[in-house]
Write a protein that binds this ligand. Structure first.
Ligand SMILES: *Cc1c(COP(=O)(O)O)cnc(C)c1O
Length: 384
C-alpha cells in the first residue's frame, strides 16, 4: 500500500454516535446519519454499517448512486436522498428504495409513475419545506396542498416531512432568532398538513448543530452529519457545550498520514517547487512527502502555514503543493529518517498534532470540505 492513506477509526465513529444519542430521547426520536459524499470522505459503506450497529435508524445520501452503493453492500435501512435527482435516475432510485425529498407535483409524479411501473405500492416520499434555507421545499403555507397532491398520485405515501436550518451552527443572537423562526414555520407547515387530514409521518429538521444545541427541536428524527465524524459544526466547539452544561466528546474519525519518502539536504539559497515561492535562507533538510493536491492536500494550503507532524514535532510545508508531492522543512539535525510517518491531521493516537478543523481555520474553509476532498486515490484503512 502507498505511503499516503486515511486511517478510519470506526470505534471513534461509534463512540460519537453513542455520545450524540445521549442528546436524543430514543423512545421517540430516530437518528438519520448523513453518509453523503462517501460519508464526508470516510467511506460510505463501512461508515453506514458502523453507524447502524451503533443505533442509527436511517441513512442520508445526496445522489441515487450513493444510495445504490449502500444497497449493493446489502444495507437494508431506510435511505433518504437529500438532493434532487434527474428523471432518468428515478428508475434506479425506486429500484433501490431510496426515499426522495419531494416538494412539487412534477417530481412527485416521476416517482409515482415509476413506483407503479415497478409494482411498488405505498412508496414513501418525504415532503421538504423551505422555512428559510432557500434551497428546496414548499413554502409552509402551501404544505397542506402539497401533501394532498402527493397522496393524489398513485402508489405514493407520505413517509415524513422535513426542513433544513441555514444558521443553526451560528451562536449569535440574530442567527438564533432565525433558527427559531424556521422551526416555528416548520411547525406551521406540519399543522397545515394535519389540517388537511393527512398524517405528516416522521418530522425531522435537526442537522448536527441543532441536534446538540436545540433539543426542543428534535421532533421524530435528527439528521446529524459532521459530528458523527468527530467535528463540531460552525461556531461551536467543545467549550461551548461544556459551558452550556451539556458536554459532548467527539473524536476525529479520519487520520490522514503519509511518509517522509526522501530527506534532501539543502544549501542556503535553494528553492522548493513550482513558482519558486520559497527559498532556504540557511542550510536545512527538506522532507518529500508523496501527498499532493490530487490526494486532497489542496494547493491553497501551500501558503497557509500548514504543518505536518513527524514523531511528535511539527514541520512546515514549504513551496507550492504539487499534484502528487509536497515538501516539508525539517531543519538541521531533526532526527527525522526516511520512511518515518508524517501525519497531516486526525486522531492523537496516530501522532496527529492538529485536526481537520485546525487546517480548515488556517485555510478559510470548514472541516467538512477538508475530509470530503480527500480523493479516491487515498486508500481508506478501517480500524475498530
Ligand atoms: C448534509 C445535511 C445534513 C447534515 O449536516 P451536518 O451539518 O453535517 O450535520 C442534514 N440535513 C440535510 C438536508 C443535509 O443536506
Amino acid at each position: 500500500m502507498r505511503a499516503t492513506k486515511a486511517i478510519i477509526h470506526l470505534d471513534n465513529l461509534k463512540s460519537n454516535i453513542k455520545n450524540i444519542k445521549s442528546f436524543t430521547d430514543p423512545s421517540h426520536t430516530k437518528m438519520c446519519v448523513a453518509v453523503k459524499a462517501d460519508a464526508y470522505g470516510h467511506g460510505a459503506v463501512q461508515c453506514a454499517k458502523a453507524v447502524l450497529e451503533a443505533g442509527a435508524d436511517f441513512l442520508a445520501v445526496a445522489t441515487v448512486d450513493e444510495g445504490a452503493e449502500l444497497r449493493q453492500a446489502g444495507i437494508k435501512a431506510p435511505v433518504l436522498m437529500l438532493s434532487l435527482c434527474c428523471p432518468e435516475e428515478v428508475p434506479q432510485a425506486v429500484k433501490n428504495d431510496i426515499t426522495p425529498l419531494v416538494f412539487d407535483t412534477d417530481y412527485a409524479e416521476l416517482f409515482s409513475k415509476e413506483a407503479v411501473a415497478q409494482g411498488k405500492d405505498n412508496y414513501a416520499v418525504h415532503l421538504a419545506v423551505d422555512t428559510g434555507m432557500g434551497r428546496i421545499g414548499v413554502l409552509p403555507e402551501d404544505a397542506g396542498k402539497a401533501a394532498e397532491a402527493i397522496l393524489s398520485y398513485k402508489n405514493l405515501s407520505l413517509g415524513g416531512m422535513c426542513t433544513h436550518f441555514a444558521v443553526s451552527d451560528c451562536t449569535d443572537e440574530e442567527s438564533r432568532r432565525y433558527t427559531k423562526l424556521q422551526f416555528s414555520r416548520f411547525e406551521e407547515a406540519v399543522g397545515n398538513v394535519k389540517k388537511s387530514g393527512i398524517d405528516p409521518g416522521i418530522r425531522h429538521c435537526c442537522n448536527s448543530a441543532a441536534t446538540l444545541d436545540l433539543r426542543e427541536c428534535h421532533l421524530d428524527m435528527v439528521r446529524p452529519g459532521i459530528i458523527a465524524y468527530g467535528y463540531y459544526p460552525g461556531d461551536m466547539n467543545s467549550d461551548y457545550f461544556t459551558q452550556k452544561g451539556t458536554p459532548v466528546e467527539l473524536k476525529p474519525v479520519m487520520t490522514l498520514e503519509s511518509k517522509v519518502c526522501a530527506v534532501r539536504p539543502f544549501t542556503s539559497g535553494k528553492s522548493v517547487g513550482y513558482g519558486r515561492t520559497w527559498t532556504s535562507d540557511s542550510e536545512t533538510d527538506i522532507g518529500v512527502l508523496t501527498l499532493g493536491y490530487a490526494d486532497g492536500m489542496l494547493r491553497k494550503f501551500s501558503s497557509a502555514g500548514i504543518c505536518v507532524a513527524v514523531d511528535g514535532k511539527v514541520y512546515p510545508v514549504r513551496g507550492r503543493i504539487c499534484m502528487d508531492q509536497c515538501m516539508i522543512d525539517l531543519g538541521l539535525n531533526s532526527g527525522v529518517k526516511r520512511w518515518d510517518r508524517a501525519v497531516i491531521f486526525g486522531d492523537r493516537r496516530d501522532g496527529a498534532l492538529q485536526t481537520a478543523d485546525d487546517i480548515a481555520r488556517l485555510t478559510g474553509t470548514i472541516s467538512y470540505e477538508i475530509t470530503s476532498c480527500i480523493t479516491k486515490r487515498v486508500p481508506r484503512v478501517y480500524t475498530e
